[in-house]
Design a protein around this ligand. Structure first.
Ligand code: SF4
Length: 1002
């Protein structure tokens, strides 16, 4: 008979806000349960002793009237204390609720079981982890009334039971790994995993079966691999997984799609090109698009530029059917029956020996809770994945540090000892079929279609031996984001935290004359006349290292000191830049904050010849010379250690190189050496002002990035208390990269994206892709929006930089949202402007029963989109990433207000450097970037559903500046009205309640 389940308490609180010190509890619900039996329940409203914010009233449904007569918290505290006792508390983000209780003297001894943490580990592929999404994923029905305490408590209990059942089904060896994670003691899941392990061992009659040092070790010695690899899904993967994969065929749904397209779309050739040059078919419909695609795919390559087709597809959402359908048709004709294959970017696969080696071994400090959670999540996923691809799991921001410990990408680095080749060549896991990278590569070699990301494509094409270089036909989806992706892919940075962590990972001296890191682990093998092998402990004492190694640790210490000095100098340089108000910066087109020396500086400093004029520059140069010399000394010692380990291995194993943990240390050393060399080169080039092809800039991390910097440092012993700038670099001419990797005489490329044509000309996009003349065909596939969308252009408001602009905008938003009873999304181009409008419109609209939510203040973009889908009488204010997140839900706002045209920020050094290449920056760069960004955003916001809607362009430059017409002509046809802002609400209501299209101004 199974052991009786323990009693636990599910609990949820509703509160007036997020801060336990200043906010109050308004509702408590708790359920005492044993397994799926409810033992007792507790539920009460609580008088908060202050007004409840409108947002809380709307989201919970708790009104001030309902709280009349409710008890104060003090009056229910004793009953609640008796109810929860010292039992484990279960809930979604339970530390939040426990924080409120502990502040009020309850729950100090109750263990916590967080269903959010459990879900992120046990359901590693969910896109989000709010309670509703987790319940959905587990097939648990979500009752109406979410956000009331008892409904959420019940749901959290059910979610816990379902997750617990999943945990009980994992292998014992995996559970042992989870319970042994090197996580901080206060990580709630650690205690829970240990408890589970004890129970499982008792149940199975197994007590801490040692995997290592016994049969497992002997097996590992024979096999050259960790025996746990046998539980990985890759081991069970049948050689031919293709049987279950559908082969591409033209199906009935495809034919239906063609019919739909025929009805909906219009194809517009580039201005100056006759329709006949594109197609013989009239009227120009899907057939024109199909012909253009088939021509590129089937005709013999001509010349570089004529082998590219630019195809703009703006059908709403991410609909690329007019390109993909003919491509599929072509594929069906030529296909040899081989399967489509996927290729991820470098670093996009799980590396199995790193998983067994570097991931779980401590080399530089205790893991942070998020890293431990990331590793736990990876552990479960690693046993199930057939591809090992990073894209299969969703890692939250800090969890990605766990991924970096286990990812592929280091295997091509040649070893210090040339006879030993690269890790890839030596790797026994690869030779025995346990490498996800080589499996993916094998599939790519035999496939007729490759699916990859922009970064995956660039990674591969930039390698000396590329798998994709011989593929003649390429379709680049989302090509309008390709330049951004190229920039992101080619950006490198010199970051203090990362540099210090790399040095610490090689080796660091701890208090009490103990040593830690890769050198410490390898100390016995590296000692002259030592016994060989690896250290049995994570740290070694002074007696275990010889004079040569002591000198190595001193070299590392000196390098760390030099790194600290250069970043202190970078700080002083940025302070000087800010204190000067940067006349230098303004001349170059980037503004400084004009702040005082010593204050936080948010503006980037582009490093140019003029930077030499700063008085602090000479110190920066001197400090860098020290860093360069000391990093080189570290690189030399790491390579020497690597060689020594390889020599020991050679003499010990002869032909059997590539085995075990020593080899994993060799690979990690090779990887760190390569990274240090690249960082040294980056600094070197920035400091000699090698400006021609690259742009360099110093920038303080953003608040979030800084928090990450701090957390990363705290997790890896590189303590920092103040932010330090990061030195970035990027090639200026990204088009040259596109030319080098994509365009040549033997390949054909279709660039397809949502916004490629500016006023029906493709010159700007051709320039971005590196297509040097206008001979490449280009066309636009669009749907009409004259009966769907009204563009309203207020023509009597101040321009955005005028003093009264903000007041006019706020008044217009209040009037519009009142008339529409919410139903409005407002997009800003800066967070400061967003906050300003939020502060002034929120009190007025909320007094009228309309909820106002602002990005950052009331949640992340994703959370706000989710709220949009469920709430009425709502206004949402978004900025920044909100422009790009649009469309993640199916929600289409009735009215979208664009507060300002999305002009690129030319105080951003890479954008400024790119803009400098145009003789007329405004017309050739700024306006095209803004126009295409607007088209892309509206494609999702306004046109991803067929509902009638309104877009207000609240930037008078669209009517007062001559470039406004270019912007408007870049959008597909919509109905349009210009008029005074006072007519806006009435006109919007008229549009929404009428039918058909409107002519231009009556
Ligand atoms: S070859 Fe070996 S080291 Fe490289 S990714 Fe594959 S498993 Fe990892």
């Amino acid at each position: 008979m199974g052991k009786k389940q323990p009693i636990r308490v599910a609990l949820d609180l509703e509160t007036t806000g997020l801060h336990e010190e200043q906010d109050a509890i308004v509702e408590v619900a708790a359920i005492k349960f044993r397994g799926d039996t409810i033992v007792d329940t507790f539920e009460t409203l609580v008088a908060p002793g202050r007004p409840i914010p409108y947002r809380v009233q709307r989201l919970t449904g708790i009104t001030p009237q309902q709280l009349l007569g409710a008890p104060q918290f003090e009056a229910i505290a004793r009953t609640l204390r008796d109810f929860i006792g010292d039992l484990p508390l279960v809930g979604h983000s339970i530390p939040f609720d426990a924080g409120f209780l502990r502040r009020r003297g309850l729950g100090h001894n109750n263990p916590l079981i967080d269903t959010f943490e459990l879900a992120t580990v046990l359901l590693p592929s969910l896109p989000g982890y709010n309670l509703g999404k987790v319940a959905d994923a587990l097939g648990i029905p979500v009752s109406p009334g979410r956000h009331r305490a008892m409904v959420d408590t019940t749901l959290a209990k059910d979610v816990f039971l379902a997750l617990h059942a999943r945990l009980q089904a994992v292998d014992l060896s995996l559970l042992e790994e989870l319970a042994r994670l090197d996580a901080p003691r206060d990580w709630p899941l650690l205690a829970f995993f240990r408890q589970e392990l004890r129970e499982r061992q008792e149940l199975d009659g197994v007590r801490g079966l040692p995997l290592r040092g016994s049969l497992g070790d002997r097996f590992a010695a024979q096999l050259g691999m960790d025996p746990r690899i046998l539980s990985f899904a890759i081991a069970r993967q049948p050689e031919d997984i293709s049987e279950s994969s559908p082969s591409p065929q033209t199906s009935a749904p495809a034919l239906e799609a063609v019919e739909q397209l025929q009805k909906r779309i219009e194809v517009i050739p580039e201005q100056g090109v006759t329709p006949e040059q594109i197609s013989q078919h009239k009227p120009m419909t899907y057939q024109a698009a199909r012909e253009a695609v088939l021509r590129i795919l089937t005709e013999a390559p001509v010349s570089e530029s004529q082998n590219a087709l630019l195809m703009e597809v703006t059908l709403g959402g991410n609909d690329y059917t007019p390109v993909l359908l003919p491509a599929l048709e072509w594929l069906c004709e030529v296909s040899d029956g081989s399967e489509p294959a996927e290729l991820a970017e470098r670093g996009g696969y799980l590396c199995t020996p790193r998983w067994f080696g570097a991931a779980l071994r401590r080399t530089s400090g205790e893991l942070k809770a998020e890293q431990a959670r990331g590793l736990a999540k990876l552990g479960l996923w690693a046993q199930q994945t057939l591809t090992g691809e990073r894209s299969e799991i969703s890692l939250l921001s800090q969890e990605t540090l766990a991924w970096e410990r286990v990812s592929s990408g280091i295997e091509r680095i040649p070893a210090a000892d040339e006879r030993s080749g690269s890790a890839y060549q030596r790797c026994v896991y690869r030779r025995k079929g346990y490498c996800f990278v080589s499996r993916a590569e094998e599939r790519v070699k035999t496939a007729s279609v490759i699916v990859t990301t922009h970064a995956g494509l660039l990674d591969d094409l930039s390698r000396p031996v590329s798998l994709l270089a011989s593929i003649e036909r390429r379709i680049i989806l989302d090509a309008d984001l390709f330049e951004d992706e190229l920039s992101r892919w080619s950006t490198a940075d010199l970051d203090r935290t990362r540099l210090i962590n790399l040095l610490n990972t090689i080796g660091t001296e701890l208090p009490g004359e103990r040593y830690q890191g890769l050198l410490a682990l390898a100390a016995p093998a590296l000692r002259e006349n030592g016994p060989g092998g690896l250290s049995a402990t994570l740290t070694v004492g002074k007696a275990e290292i010889d004079a040569r190694m002591r000198a190595w640790f001193q070299t590392l210490h000196a390098a760390r000191a030099a790194v600290e000095t250069i970043f202190a100098q970078f700080n002083l340089l940025l302070e000087e830049f800010a204190s000067q108000g940067s006349s230098n910066g303004r001349e170059k087109g980037h503004k400084a904050t004009g702040g005082r020396a010593g204050e936080r500086i948010d503006q980037p400093l582009r490093i140019t010849d003029q930077t030499r004029n700063f008085s602090s520059w000479a110190n920066v140069e001197r400090a860098w010379q020290q860093v360069a010399a000391r990093l080189q000394a570290v690189i030399d010692l790491a390579r020497e250690a690597e060689r020594a380990l390889l020599t020991t291995q050679h003499s010990r194993h002869h032909l059997d190189i590539g085995n075990g943990e020593e080899d994993s240390i060799v690979s990690e050393l090779a990887s760190i050496t390569k990274q240090l060399s690249a960082l040294k080169q980056l600094g070197q080039q920035a400091l000699v002002l090698n400006e021609n092809k690259y742009v360099y800039w110093l920038k303080m991390p953003q608040t979030a990035a800084f928090a990450q910097q701090r957390q990363a440092a705290a997790g890896q012993t590189a303590e920092i208390t103040t932010p330090t700038p990061i030195l970035y670099t990027q090639p200026v001419d990204t088009a040259a990269l596109s030319r080098r990797f994509l365009l040549n005489n033997h390949t054909r490329t279709i660039f397809t994206g949502i916004g490629l044509a500016v006023d029906n000309h493709y010159t700007f996009s051709r320039g971005r892709f590196g297509i040097e003349n206008d001979h490449s065909p280009a066309l636009s596939v669009v749907t009409e929006h004259q009966e769907q969308t009204l563009l309203y252009l207020p023509n009597d408001v101040p321009e955005p930089n005028m003093p009264q602009y903000q007041r006019h905008l706020d008044e217009a938003l209040i009037n519009l949202a009142s008339a529409l009873e919410g139903q409005t999304l407002v997009l800003f181009t800066s967070h400061a402007a967003l906050r300003s409008s939020y502060a002034s419109i929120k009190p007025v609209l909320e007094a009228r029963g309309i909820l106002v939510l602002g990005q950052g203040m009331d949640g992340s973009p994703r959370q706000l989109w989710q709220t949009c889908a469920t709430q009425e009488r709502l206004v949402v204010l978004g900025a920044g990433s909100f422009w790009d997140m649009i469309g993640e839900t199916r929600f289409v706002p009735t009215c979208t207000v664009i507060a300002r045209l999305p002009m690129p920020a030319l105080n951003d050094p890479p954008l400024a450097a790119r803009a400098e290449h145009y003789s007329d920056q405004l017309h050739q760069f700024t306006v095209p970037v803004a126009a295409l960004r607007l088209r892309r955003a509206l494609n999702r916001i306004a046109w991803s559903e067929r509902r009638r809607n309104v877009v207000v362009l609240f930037d008078r430059r669209i009517v007062s500046k001559e470039y406004g017409a270019t912007m408007l002509h870049t959008l597909p046809h919509c109905s349009q009205r210009q008029g005074p802002v006072s007519h806006l609400p009435e006109t919007v209501l008229d549009w929404l309640t009428s039918t058909g299209s409107w002519d231009s101004n009556p």
